[in-house]
Design a protein around this ligand. Structure first.
Ligand code: ADP
Ligand code: NI
Length: 211
């Protein structure tokens, strides 16, 4: 897996919006944990597939790269080199193409169990303490306000861009706990969502003190 890991590091070397190599690493280790709890007889080959999907899942995201075609070619030869069978290669490519949150809003792709597990791990990394950090990093990069007090905080799917990073919690992050594929993923999501709510409570308390 070394060549593949080096490749992913290289792809994200100038990426600081929270979709970086460390995000990929967290997704892999969380997905492995979920897999081991979810499956009665873990298999080495499946763990290898999870690793490959987890490391590669953001490499071909159109938000993050304009070189999708080249990257698909590079991934194909890496997977070949790592000894994945044609069937495994097909599964990896299908999952990384269909895993993202935005893709799943439009068409609900049917992912294999391994794909669903990595999708859960990816979503879990958007909530909890690191999820909060990632959201504000993303917001800063896009010149988005921390909070826009003129717009009510209501849980809803937005029609346009979030008006602030705090609104993003209500427009995406609070939906995640009900979108999990696995039981263990759901339990972790519930816990992390509680933490998000506590954060918002504190945030608003401090915000209001300015008046
Ligand atoms: P995916 O790649 O799974 O489709 P996104 O690119 O929408 O997901 O989200 C990746 C990360 O960026 C998440 O941590 C998410 O919370 C954050 N993010 C996305 N949109 C916004 C936004 N408008 N404001 C703040 N954070 C955002
Ligand atoms: Ni991701």
């Amino acid at each position: 897996m070394d060549a593949l890991i080096q490749y992913v590091k290289q792809c994200f070397k100038e990426e600081y919006t929270g979709h970086d190599f460390f995000h990929a690493q967290r997704v892999v280790s969380l997905a492995e944990k979920i897999y081991e709890k979810e499956v009665s007889f873990p298999k080495e080959e499946e763990l290898r597939l999870i690793k490959a999907i987890g490391y590669l899942h953001d490499v071909v995201d159109e938000k993050l790269t304009s070189k999708r075609k080249e990257r698909y070619q590079e991934i194909n030869s890496l997977l070949e080199q790592e000894g994945f069978s044609p069937k495994e290669q097909e599964e990896i490519l299908y999952v990384i193409e269909h895993l993202s949150f935005s893709k799943n809003q439009k068409e609900r792709a049917s992912l294999s169990l391994l794909g669903q597990i990595v999708q859960d791990a990816d979503r879990l990394d958007a909530i909890g303490a690191i999820g909060i950090a990632r959201a504000f990093a993303f917001g800063g990069r896009k010149d988005q306000a921390l909070y826009d007090e003129r717009v009510p905080l209501i849980k809803k799917i937005p029609e346009k861009r979030s008006s602030s990073t705090l609104h993003h919690f209500y427009e995406k992050l609070f939906f995640i706990e009900n979108q999990m594929n696995t039981k263990i993923g759901q339990a972790i999501a519930k816990e992390r969502t509680q933490y998000l709510k506590k954060f918002i409570e504190e945030f608003l308390k401090e915000w209001q003190q300015k008046n």
